[in-house]
Design a protein around this ligand. Structure first.
Ligand SMILES: C[S@@+](CC[C@H](N)C(=O)[O-])C[C@H]1O[C@@H](n2cnc3c(N)ncnc32)[C@H](O)[C@@H]1O
Length: 236
């Protein structure tokens, strides 16, 4: 991994907002799934959640332009499990919803740990999600069309969250991404061929040092069928 790429991954990790997330409830069109994940990466969201009403879809590809490699997706078979998990993490759960009782999305304090639920393209958020959430929010609209595209609603809401968090200095202090997760991301992002080989061979991930280099035992290198010195020449 070049020093520039290593630094870029570190900068990205330092700005991750581990207590801000999105939960897609039944969102199923591939371009919407991809667009939501791409926006989440841009905002600094590290984990997103997806509730599948029918078959589980692949999140990414196409218009995700690789963002799916940097954002973890957690899958659920039902809404209740997803929302209870988010609440267990101490998050306020907001549901984007086209209703007269919803509050303007700009009235929310997004510096609090927050999960934002996005509803299904055609039917919106479920009654169950509305009942379990702490608050429903709306992006005001004055045109003839009733709703925004779900990925647009996601982007609008998240950029308000980003604005508030930036003002509060929440992007200026290194994030709470765990040391283990940082190591995983640095390894998979900086040494993707090795990471794939590790998965294939069932080998543990090695440590990554402060310069982005692999730190592993002789045995690990042997199992990788790789000469460590030769690799370090290539990698530096
Ligand atoms: C196309 S809309 C669903 C429309 C559906 N007929 C309904 O009444 O909810 C898909 C999702 O986008 C989000 N959304 C779209 N426009 C929104 C708005 N103006 N305010 C809040 N959320 C919105 C919500 O998550 C919604 O569930």
């Amino acid at each position: 991994m070049t020093p520039q790429r290593h630094q870029r991954i570190l900068d990205m990790l330092n700005k991750r907002q581990v207590d801000l997330t999105v939960c897609m409830e039944g969102v199923h069109k591939p371009h919407n799934l991809a667009a939501v994940v791409r926006t989440c990466d841009a905002i600094g969201i590290h984990d997103v959640h997806a509730v599948w009403k029918n078959e589980r879809m692949r999140v990414g590809g196409g218009s995700a332009v690789g963002s799916q490699n940097w954002v973890n997706v957690h899958h659920y078979d039902n809404t209740k499990d997803a929302i209870l998990r988010l609440k267990d993490k101490g998050m306020q759960v907001l549901v984007t919803n086209l209703s007269e009782t919803s509050v303007d999305y700009r009235e929310i304090d997004y510096t609090k740990p927050t999960a934002i639920i996005l509803g299904q393209e055609k039917f919106g958020a479920s009654e169950e999600a509305l009942a379990l959430a702490d608050q429903d929010i709306i992006i005001p609209m004055v045109g003839m069309v009733q709703s925004l595209n779900v990925s647009v609603a996601c982007a609008v809401t998240l950029y308000e969250a980003q604005r508030q968090r930036q003002l509060a200095g929440m992007y200026d202090t290194p994030s709470d991404v765990s040391a283990e997760e940082r190591n995983r991301v640095l390894f998979e992002g900086g040494h993707p061929i090795f990471a794939k080989a590790c998965l294939r061979k069932g080998l543990p991930y090695p440590d990554i040092d402060e310069d982005g280099h692999i730190v592993a035992s002789d045995d690990w290198w042997k199992k990788m069928q790789m000469n460590q010195e030769a690799w370090e020449d290539i990698d530096s």
